[in-house]
Design a protein around this ligand. Structure first.
Ligand code: SF4
Ligand code: ZN
Length: 331
């Protein structure tokens, strides 16, 4: 019988995807939860008394996030006031079903839940948008609308912070995508654990900070954790998922992981090292150098959301949708 490499007492029941160690289930839960706790504490993600919204889609990442945030908040007495925030994009057969899972999570974790919908905010559901524009740029619309919807929901809830279920695989994929595209401005920012919604890369951050407590947590371990603990989550892909480029990065990353699991962490560390190096160079070249003036940050003339332009990105997209149709403003 192989013995757990961590406790040396129990029988090993699994091979840990991140390290390849043979360990027992109890040690897996302990190490999984403790690493997330360390990410939260080392990066000082919250302060005592913060009201924190967990972005909840009903999928495995956000369900495990709701589970671990509730557990760690109690175990380590963070003193956080947790709430669930869901965005209903209006995708029949996908989001309506996954929101049923979130509603059950609300009861299971005893957390208040707010659902904000694209239909209510923008007058358009994703089903209507796809009926109008097809399935080519739908994720661009959806991404811009979701970012703003999360901020609007969070401000209704009066939260200080939003946490999302982005995991280590997501971050490594984003590093690879930015590298493949030669998008160094994004490459520099994409490994940050906490970000704030800005309409442009240079705009001053004004909205609610959002963090990724799973930044160093492997997707395979999230799936394992949810499976062993029999957590209630929804696992169907969005019907309109056509993000082809990310798909290539994902397949490439999974191939690398098969050969060497540490590749995921190493890609994230490379992105972080690039970010740190660029930060040093910015500081070194600052003396005597004319600094680019910060872009003036204002509010969208139409909906009031932060924007460095007259109209925010969502309102620009809405204009294209509403052309030839009754004008809809963000509610
Ligand atoms: Fe929206 Fe695209 Fe994600 Fe579907 S796959 S939820 S359309 S961003
Ligand atoms: Zn606007």
């Amino acid at each position: 019988m192989k013995v757990c490499q961590l406790c040396s007492v129990q029988r090993a029941q699994l091979k840990r995807p991140k390290t390849g160690q043979s360990i027992c289930k109890q040690c897996f839960y302990a190490v999984f939860e403790y690493e997330i706790h360390c990410t939260i504490v080392d990066n000082k993600l919250f302060k005592r008394g913060d009201r924190v919204a967990i972005a909840a889609s009903g999928g495995k990442d956000s369900t495990v996030l709701a589970h671990t945030m509730t557990l760690l908040n109690k175990r380590y007495d963070y003193g956080l006031d947790l709430v669930l925030l869901s965005i209903d994009e209006g995708i029949a057969g996908y989001r309506d079903d996954s929101l049923e899972t979130v509603k059950r999570n609300q009861t299971q974790y005893e957390l208040p839940l707010l659902i904000v919908s694209y239909e209510e905010l923008y007058g358009w559901s994703m089903d209507k948008i796809v009926a109008q524009i097809g399935t080519k740029n739908n994720c661009t619309f959806c991404g811009v609308f979701r970012r703003q919807a999360l901020d609007r929901g969070a401000s209704r809830l009066g939260v200080d912070h939003i946490v999302t279920g982005h995991n280590a695989d997501d971050v490594a994929e984003t590093v690879l995508m930015n590298l493949f595209r030669g998008d160094f401005a994004r490459l520099k920012r994409c490994t940050q654990i906490t970000t704030q919604s800005t309409e442009t890369a240079d705009a001053a951050p004004l909205t609610i900070p959002r963090s990724k407590p799973f930044k160093y947590t492997y997707e395979k371990e999230i799936v394992m954790y949810a499976y062993f603990l029999n957590l209630d989550y929804f696992s169907t892909e969005c019907t309109y998922s056509v993000e082809a480029y990310r798909g290539y990065a994902r397949v490439f990353l999974k191939d690398l992981e098969k050969v060497r699991a540490a590749a995921i962490m190493d890609i994230i560390h490379s992105g972080e090292a690039y970010q740190a190096q660029e930060g040093l160079e910015d500081r070194a070249s600052a003396p005597g150098k004319q600094k680019k003036p910060a872009q003036k940050q204002g509010n969208c003339e139409r909906c009031g959301y932060i924007s460095s332009q007259k109209l925010c990105k969502a309102c620009v997209l809405l204009e294209t949708l509403n052309r030839g149709q009754p004008a809809v403003t963000i509610g």
